[in-house]
Every structure is written in C-alpha cells, then in structure tokens.
Ligand binder design. Structure first.
Ligand code: SF4
Length: 64
C-alpha cells in the first residue's frame, strides 16, 4: 500500500541528512527541522528512499 511522504517534526533532530539526499524534496525550516516541500517525482524515488534510510531519528515515512 502506498503512503504519502511524511515527516514527524516532533522527532526530527535537524541533522539535515534528508536535505543532502534530496534537496528538491526536503528543506529545513527556520527552526532547523525538516519540511517536506512536495511529494517526490518518480525520478526522485531512489534519493527519497536514501533519505528515509539515512535519517537518524526515523522521522521520515514513505512507501511508493
Ligand atoms: S534527516 Fe531526519 S532528523 Fe535530519 S533533518 Fe531530515 S528528518 Fe530531520
């Protein structure tokens, strides 16, 4: 079952790994915590999966 890309800002530590992996999809707000800019395009799926894996706080959830 697919689920939209979501970020739990209550557990995000602002490590920024997601932005490094997929800068067009993720951003960090003024507070340093993750912001999902938009849902990933098909060509970005591998980068987003890498971001989900790299997040040290498991704040990201997504299934294509
Ligand atoms: S990698 Fe995880 S902890 Fe770091 S900014 Fe992104 S969502 Fe937050």
């Amino acid at each position: 079952m697919s689920a939209p890309l979501a970020a739990d800002r209550s557990v995000c530590t602002g490590a920024g790994q997601c932005v490094r992996a997929a800068a067009d999809v993720f951003d960090q707000g003024d507070d340093g915590l993750v912001v999902v800019r938009r849902q990933p395009a098909p060509a970005e799926h591998l980068d987003v999966l890498a971001a989900v894996d790299a997040c040290p706080s498991r704040a990201l959830s997504w299934s294509a």
